[in-house]
Ligand binder design. Structure first.
Ligand SMILES: CC(C)(COP(=O)(O)OP(=O)(O)OC[C@H]1O[C@@H](n2cnc3c(N)ncnc32)[C@H](O)[C@@H]1OP(=O)(O)O)[C@@H](O)C(=O)NCCC(=O)NCCS
Length: 156
């Protein structure tokens, strides 16, 4: 496979792989999204989402590659590739600026996966000539605010 961005081992030894999302990931992404805690859903989508439908999953993963970049982190098991995390940026119109978002599955949080994804997003955004990146974060989302501060984002 030639589009792998990174592979590494999680704390428990699981081999993880980060690569751009593909439309064929949809069914597995839907399963993973529907396992997210209420807290993770609210932190990422700013709303309490009861169920991710096929349409909602398509809206999330069918991107316009000219304006968006979407990474998925996967682990492999007997059933194939299981998405455990993801992150994206969306370019702003007419400005060298983009907006990021991150989503790490609950059991996988706090292991450096969010940090890895956002660093890969920053690399790709700067390769595309972006000068600024921003994200919308709930004021009570301490992990995301700490990660942003650690990477020298200004918090407003
Ligand atoms: C917020 C989120 C993206 C962080 O990703 P993560 O993989 O859990 O975080 P990492 O393990 O990469 O941690 C990186 C840094 O974030 C901070 N951090 C992570 N978890 C933290 C926690 N529970 N409390 C305080 N700081 C935390 C720390 O600064 C940490 O650095 P350190 O490991 O050197 O201490 C992830 O928890 C998540 O997806 N949450 C739900 C959705 C969400 O909040 N998305 C953000 C909105 S865009």
């Amino acid at each position: 496979m030639n589009d792998i961005v990174e592979t590494w081992h999680a704390l428990d030894g699981t081999l993880l792989e980060m690569r751009p999302m593909r439309p064929s990931d949809g069914p597995q992404v839907k399963v993973s999204l529907n396992k997210l805690s209420a807290d993770a859903r609210r932190s990422r989508f700013f709303a309490s989402i009861a169920e991710f439908s096929d349409d909602a999953v398509h809206r999330l993963i069918d991107i316009d590659p000219a304006r968006e970049y979407l990474l998925v982190v996967l682990r492999r098991d007997d059933n194939g590739e299981i998405p455990i995390a993801g992150g994206r940026f969306v370019l702003e119109d007419q400005r060298p600026e983009c907006a990021f978002s991150l989503l790490i599955g609950d059991p996988w949080q706090g292991q450096g996966i969010g940090r890895r994804i956002i660093k890969a997003l920053i690399r790709e955004a700067s390769r595309r000539g972006m000068r600024r990146m921003h994200g919308h974060v709930l004021a009570d989302n301490r992990p995301m605010l700490a990660l942003a501060r650690a990477l020298h984002f200004a918090v407003r």
